[in-house]
Design a protein around this ligand. Structure first.
Ligand code: ZN
Length: 556
């Protein structure tokens, strides 16, 4: 513990004497020379992986494969065992789509008039799914677009707008949800339930409108990233079997119009309806119910895409456990290797180096793997170190691995995922995704206590982080999972540093090797996470979802 001053010591004494326990916030551990040295080891991996020669590690690119070779060489050097399909590699096949915005067009049809929209400025077309070549369909606004019959909430089937009335229509919705629904559930509804509801209702497309509060960075960057190739898992003979075991992991290969609308231009959709976008945003910001109504206009679009395919591997390494029976169970540490590749010059730079996103996480997995391997005491369960491809394309590598693991599926007991864990200030607190869902919270808090780190839940659930990192693929497969980031308190300097990082560097060419990083704090985090993984690997019982968790239903 760090030193406390004389005044606070007296206050502490007074509190003890009066029988009260003073609340001293966790202060982290003092930085030691060992932390500093370990931090340099961690940073060396980040430097290698975010080097210009890796060209931003786009899924399937030469740069990605070079980065994969680096990871494999480190796995080898740490004395781990290959646990992929071919050595450390688990090949994954992708369909690739690039939307050619200059050969595509979108317009609104209002009272027989055609109002063209500017692609990039007004809206962007998604490259993730399969877009129709041309489409003309009426637009309807369905509030938050949440389909959660299990929670007795359904924007797709309401008194104002019945499920059956959505057939042949394009649904428009805004991000967020009512305050009485748990945050993780609202995030979940943005994934498989949305796809299923659209298909079951016979809708022909969807348009999402982010609320300004839910945007990590300005529209310009969202628009710039729209020229990125989108990817899907290629159709695979095992798909049906995976879908039968894990319905939430099923990837739908169906044609559906999909776009995102610029909130600053959203009134083009709402004009003439008696509703203004600002009024709807105010309700969404207050987590209040939204109305659902016809938009009294149609959308017409012609979409030109360029389609190809690519193969890109996940990487899997194993450290065998010491217990004759528990060694058949696995605790996973995971991170993603892919990033955004290269783009048009911005500030004179073309490479999306992805130093924090997620070279930092891969570097931590490598460092923790090395420390496990060097330790005299093997954990009872086996450790699996898994590096994913295709994360930036929609958690695809992890989704593939969770549905088709290279070790017996029932043996996977937990996943700890690292995705830009943000060591940009000292480590005192961690924000964890999935903290209220499983018994892993007990373990995280116990080990956090030993390291004097406070473990807290997600303070910004509207950012949907829960479904935006690879731990979510394991949640969908019923595996207890946590993803953690350096935490802050509201309006603190740390909070400002975090928001500034999102606004200026996240998914931009500025997430490179020239940025402030607290390497000793990163090493302290690695030490914490290693201890946490070891605790779970050594425990007699497996971690499990809580009865109170919605995601309990996915546990097998
Ligand atoms: Zn990312």
């Amino acid at each position: 513990m760090s030193r406390i001053g004389r005044t606070s010591f007296l206050a502490f004494l007074a509190a003890v004497l009066s029988g009260l326990t003073p609340h001293l916030p966790a202060q982290g551990r003092p930085v030691t020379p060992a932390d500093q040295a370990a931090g340099q080891g961690w940073w060396a991996h980040v430097k290698a992986l975010a080097d210009d020669s890796m060209q931003g590690r786009l899924t399937g690119s030469d740069g990605y494969l070079r980065a994969a070779k680096y990871v494999v060489s480190q796995f080898d050097a740490a004395g781990l065992q290959p646990a992929g399909v071919t050595g450390y590699y688990q090949p994954v096949r992708f369909d690739v789509t690039r939307v050619l915005a200059d050969k595509s067009s979108v317009a609104l049809l209002v009272d027989g008039r055609k109002e063209p929209l500017v692609l990039g400025h007004d809206a962007i077309l998604s490259a993730r799914g399969i877009q129709p070549k041309s489409i003309t369909a009426p637009l309807v606004f369905i509030g938050y677009g949440l389909h959660l019959p299990e929670a007795k909430y359904d924007d797709f089937d309401s008194p104002e707008m019945a499920f059956s009335s959505l057939k042949g229509k394009i649904v428009v919705y805004i991000n967020g949800g009512p305050g009485d629904l748990p945050a993780a559930l609202k995030s979940f509804a943005r994934t498989s339930p949305l796809e299923k509801a659209l298909t079951d209702a016979g809708a022909v497309g969807s348009i999402a409108i982010p609320t300004p509060k839910s945007m990590d960075f300005p529209w310009d960057r969202i628009a710039a990233n729209a020229s990125q190739p989108g990817m899907r898992l290629a159709v695979d003979p095992k798909d049906a079997a995976v879908a039968a075991r894990h319905p939430a992991l099923a990837d739908m290969h169906r044609t559906m119009f999909s776009a995102t609308f610029n909130p600053a231009e959203a009134d083009k959709l709402f004009a003439g309806t008696g509703h203004a976008f600002a009024e709807l945003v105010a309700l969404a910001d207050a987590q209040k119910p939204l109305p659902r109504f016809e938009l009294n206009k149609r959308l017409t679009a012609s979409v030109t895409t360029e389609n190809s395919g690519v193969e890109s591997p996940n990487l899997v390494a194993k450290l065998e456990g010491s217990d004759p029976s528990l060694k058949n169970e696995y605790v996973l540490l995971s991170a993603h290797l892919d990033h955004l590749g290269m783009g048009a010059p911005a500030n004179g730079k073309t490479i999306f180096a992805g130093a924090m996103d997620d070279a930092s996480g891969v570097a931590s997995v490598l460092e923790i793997a090395k420390s496990f391997s060097q330790s005299r005491e093997r954990p009872k369960r086996s450790m699996l170190f898994v590096i994913f491809t295709g994360e930036e394309k929609g958690l695809l590598g992890s989704r593939y691995f969770a549905g088709r693991p290279t070790v017996p599926e029932t043996g996977i007991v937990a996943d700890f995922n690292l995705d830009m864990f943000m060591p940009i200030f000292p480590l005192k607190k961690l924000h964890a995704q999935g903290l209220v869902e499983s018994t892993l919270a007990v373990d995280a808090r116990a080990v956090g206590g030993e390291h004097n780190i406070e473990i807290a839940g997600d303070p910004e659930p509207d950012r949907n982080s829960f479904i935006r990192t690879d731990q979510y693929s394991f949640v969908q497969a019923g595996v207890p999972a946590l993803a953690m980031k350096f935490g802050w308190t509201a309006n603190s300097p740390e909070y400002k540093a975090w928001r500034q990082w999102l606004a200026q560097r996240y998914h931009s060419v500025e997430d490179n090797l020239s940025q402030p990083v607290d390497t000793a704090a990163a090493a302290q985090f690695n030490s914490f996470l290693g201890d946490l993984a070891r605790r779970v690997a050594n425990q007699a019982g497996r971690p499990h979802y809580l009865e109170s968790s919605f995601f309990h239903r996915f546990e097998q």
